[in-house]
Design a protein around this ligand. Structure first.
Ligand SMILES: Nc1ncnc2c1ncn2[C@@H]1O[C@H](COP(=O)(O)OP(=O)(O)O)[C@@H](O)[C@H]1O
Ligand SMILES: [Mg+2]
Length: 313
């Protein structure tokens, strides 16, 4: 449907006000076919509002977005027909069975005849929901509700799928299985835009946009975002964690000193030499360091540093 490098989502300077409050400010983002694009940000950052505009369910108050080839403000119905949208609350009918929910969504998207039967079979099979076809949606666990919601959102095989915090309230095993499924869909050509506040999930996206207070702070590949944050990380095993923290926090360039059980995790601006300096500093103060190792900076480190910098500014 789209050439490989074509933009499936092209949002420029998108904004949304509610009265005098600006929930989304000047957001620009481009998503290519087959990409898993993550929108990362804390609660209230404006993720759902941005997604709702891209889905054609909420009018922007500024800017423009072309989604699956249509302007979301001018042709929202065209956009809605070509996308799948899994909302934060999963949008299932609790008093309908699994099969009834799926058939309801099939009707909503106008599927008929052989295509309808085939698509219902496909999503039932992929989601492994067939043995639960007769169960009420209300009785499903979080993980199974999530599977059903994804089955419903993809019943019409949309080229673009919007997932709004799809793993909130879902157990860790189901979350992992869900992400495997997302990667399969993307590999088969589906473009996916997913919001999350789980940093480990952000690392599973091809590209990301960090949003905070309605604005994009940074965007790009997870690795590039982490690199731009310019942090080096070390983990120290020390006897006196409190004293070590006090000593390290006074050093220049220290972004964070956090406790993980008996391990102290230090994030500094600068390279590995800064870490060596920190270690020497502890040694000079007579603190026993049982182990010191360098660790990988994560998207979470980059995000926390960015938000702190903003707060200081
Ligand atoms: N319909 C609305 N009317 C007024 N304020 C809203 C509305 N929808 C969202 N907001 C506000 O916009 C901000 C962003 O909300 P939301 O997009 O839901 O954030 P997120 O999904 O990142 O948690 C919040 O402060 C929220 O209260
Ligand atoms: Mg939300």
């Amino acid at each position: 449907m789209f050439p490989a490098d074509e933009l499936v989502v092209d949002a420029r300077h998108l904004s949304r006000r509610f009265g005098s409050f600006v929930a989304v400010r000047d957001v620009s983002l481009q998503v290519r076919r087959g990409e898993i694009f993550g929108v990362l940000g804390p609660n209230g950052a404006g993720k759902s509002t941005a997604l709702r505009m891209l889905c054609g369910v909420l009018d922007p108050t500024g800017g423009q977005a072309i989604v699956v080839g249509h302007d979301v403000a001018r042709q929202p119905e065209r956009v809605k027909a070509k996308i799948g949208y899994m909302t934060q609350s999963f949008s299932l009918y609790a008093d309908l069975t699994v099969a009834e929910n799926i058939r309801f969504y099939a009707s909503l998207y106008g599927l008929e005849g052989a295509t309808r039967r085939r698509r219902i079979d496909v999503v039932m099979h992929q989601s492994e929901l067939a043995p639960r076809a007769g169960q009420l949606a209300a009785e499903l666990s979080g993980g199974w509700k999530q599977r059903l919601a994804l089955a419903c959102a993809t019943i019409h095989a949309p080229p673009l799928l919007f997932l709004d915090e799809p793993t909130a309230g879902v157990d860790p095993l189901s979350r992992r299985e869900f992400w495997e499924r997302i990667h399969e869909l993307a590999a088969a050509g589906t473009t996916i835009v997913v919001t999350t506040h789980y940093m480990d999930e952000a690392e599973r996206c091809h590209r990301l946009a960090f949003i905070f207070r309605g604005e994009v702070f940074d965007s790009g590949r997870p690795g590039d975002i982490v690199e731009r944050a310019g942090l080096a990380i070390a983990e120290f095993e020390v006897d006196d964690v409190e004293q070590a923290t006090a000593l390290l926090q006074s050093l220049p360039g220290v972004e964070e000193c956090a406790h993980y059980g008996h391990v102290l995790r230090l994030a500094v601006h600068g390279g590995p030499d800064v870490l060596a300096g920190a270690r020497d500093h502890l040694a000079r103060a007579g603190l026993a360091v049982r182990d010191a190792r360098q660790a990988r900076a994560t998207v979470e480190d980059a995000f926390v540093a960015m938000v702190r910098r903003e707060r200081r500014a």
